[in-house]
Ligand binder design. Structure first.
Ligand code: MG
Length: 346
């Protein structure tokens, strides 16, 4: 594994987010009527490479992990609640960036520093469950959100958790557990956090150099030990079966759902990353459907970025991407957390 793949994970995810953000609330028919029969393949001229809340919150996840590592480098692998407090604090900083005050004092650090970035203070169709559940918190000890929501607001933000787990003895399990805990801060339905754990575990396995199918197998094994994991497990099984049929089209994407809920976002991302031959085709496929285009294309981009590397991201997409330098810096900082671990250098 190289630093290049860490960068490609975050940057291709942001590219997918920006591409899909323009069509998040459009039906497939409306997308084709607006952008032509091949759908949206380049940033919408009106907004360019603007990221949305998906990339904003992914950056806050990255910042939280860096804050936690600064406080105690072993907290992540030990499952220490310090990491949970750092994640909660970071998401509360994001809440404040959206114009709502947090109901507790927030620490300085990497997450606080993101508030200085103009693009991260813009409202980009933020998820309502994320906003309402964070607004209800009165301290940093959040464990399970007091709701039954399973929107994809967890899945779309956990990639940095998978990255920072790389090289640990139980990388996929650590990523899975922290992916679940990160999402549970805002999403109380089991699928809302289990699908996020599965996403983080897949990211960790991909980042260790395993194939996507092998990474999915690992996620499935981790899911079996959790109650109420059937929705996530079934969605993954359906996505793999759909990809095995070898047809890459929007009808198959839509057969997997709209991507508004966690397990469908993961399933669409998995299908698009498995069924296409290259990163560009996979991200385009994941953006062109009637559902939550920015989240599905973001997660597909994260998977494909790890699988294909920076060289696979079209230059025309990178050139116009908002927060490109910040995403690169955060990817490098996450890489610095793992680079000295034994067993890397794959
Ligand atoms: Mg979004």
């Amino acid at each position: 594994m190289q630093r290049d793949r860490f960068r490609a994970c975050l940057l291709a995810g942001a590219v997918g987010d920006a591409l899909g953000g323009a069509v998040e609330f459009l039906s497939l028919a409306a997308i084709r009527a607006t952008y032509g029969p091949a759908g949206i393949r380049d940033y919408a001229p009106s907004i360019g490479g603007q990221i949305t809340d998906d990339t904003q919150m992914t950056l806050y996840t990255a910042a939280a992990l860096l804050d936690a590592a600064d406080a105690d480098a072993t907290a992540f692998v030990r499952g220490d609640a310090l990491v949970g407090r750092a994640l909660t604090a970071a998401y509360l900083h994001w809440l404040e960036s959206q114009g709502q005050g947090a109901h507790c004092a927030l620490p300085q650090g990497h997450a606080a520093d993101l508030r200085k970035v103009a693009a991260l203070n813009a409202a980009r169709a933020p998820g309502l469950t994320c906003l309402s559940s964070l607004a209800a918190l009165t301290d940093l000890t959040a464990v399970y959100a007091d709701n039954d929501r399973k929107g994809c607001g967890g899945v779309m933000r956990v990639a940095p958790i998978g990255l920072v787990a790389v090289g640990l003895p139980n990388a996929a399990r650590s990523a899975f557990e922290w992916g679940c805990r990160s999402a549970a801060i805002t999403h109380g339905h089991p699928t809302g956090h289990l699908a996020s754990g599965a996403t983080a575990a897949i990211i960790a396995r991909l980042a260790e150099g395993h194939s996507l199918l092998a990474a999915i197998d690992t996620a499935q094994q981790l899911l079996t030990s959790h109650r109420r994991s059937d929705e996530t497990s079934t969605a993954l099984t359906r996505a793999v079966a759909a990809a095995a049929r070898g047809v890459a089209d929007a009808a198959t994407v839509e057969s997997l759902g709209g991507g508004w809920v966690a397990e469908e976002t993961l399933a669409i991302a998995v299908y698009c990353a498995l069924v296409t031959a290259d990163l560009e085709a996979g991200v385009v496929l994941a953006a062109n459907h009637s559902g939550d285009s920015d989240s599905t294309a973001a997660v597909a981009g994260q998977f494909l970025g790890l699988m294909k590397g920076m060289g696979a991201i079209p230059a025309r997409w990178l050139d116009g991407l908002e927060c490109r330098d910040l995403l690169t810096q955060k990817a490098d900082s996450l890489w610095a957390q793992v680079a000295d671990r034994p067993g890397l250098g794959i």
